[in-house]
Design a protein around this ligand. Sequence first.
Ligand code: AVI
Length: 330
Amino acid sequence: MTVALAPELTVVDEAVATAAHLGLTSTPKTLPPWLFYDEKGSQLFEEITALPEYYLTRTERALFAAHADEIFLELIASLTVIELGAGTATKTGILLNALTRFQQGVLYQPIDISPSALFEAHTLEADIPGLTVLPQTANYITDPIHIHREPGHKVIALYIGSSIGNFSPAEARAILLKLRAQLQPGDALLLGTDLAPSPSKSVEALLAAYDDAAGVTASFNRNILARLNRELDANFDLSRFAHRARWNSNESRIEMHLESTCSQTVQIPANSACPALTLHFAPGETIHTENSYKFTSASIASLLADAHFTPARRFTDPANLFAVTLAEAT
Ligand code: AVI
């Protein structure tokens, strides 16, 4: 007698499997950008931040170095600091260092989904005398945010690094509204945003930041498929997907895509979360992997107003590449 065996299902991270299934069965095909950030992708992103073409990180860092004192003097209050999506918090050290010169003892609460990034953020405590780090492992989009407010302190929430740019306008508004619900009038938000092209910022420079000569961003983009091969046993041939960065002027965003260079079929076997999937790609068909929105002073102001914040100070570099906005919760 032969016994029919059910096909063996691999046990996978269900969020990864479900997101891949949903995105790759959509028309046009998409993958959500949070899938970039496995261990390899996080390493590649760190490399991106040091690339000559990727001006965002170093420009924001320079703005912090130049204006940290003004930011804290503007607020004239004892402050408790929280940070959404803190990551390893390397740039934040500049701000925290400055704040410890204005007040005795600073409580810093980094919130991030990655425990290993928060471990790194915790090491700031050893470098900055007077700093106490209280990390919170949470997804600030889906999980509740808990703020520990010291008595008599205002809260300053940091949302920097242009992280807000990776969300649609509706999602960005929802994130800020959720944050605002945890704040009191008079609390503050420091928001880092990348800026739209202007007479001093060309579309070419913007595109180069997302398509660098060394090909690190291309590897970062393709790593999303490598991750699906590793974790879901998919059989994407990475050499058959070209990295594409496009400027979408109607939406004011850089889009990253992976373009199929030929007609091809890719399999994702059945797993504990999803049935098997056979994907067909036409030559030139793309998987849309990321949006990175670019702002103007008007679009920053209207995003803040929608979430009940009023801009108080705006800091930009001479070429208007990047903006750091200090806003007050109203
Ligand atoms: C994390 N985020 C702000 C980056 C950005 O610029 O949108 C992600 C990135 N994608 C390609 N290069 C960097």
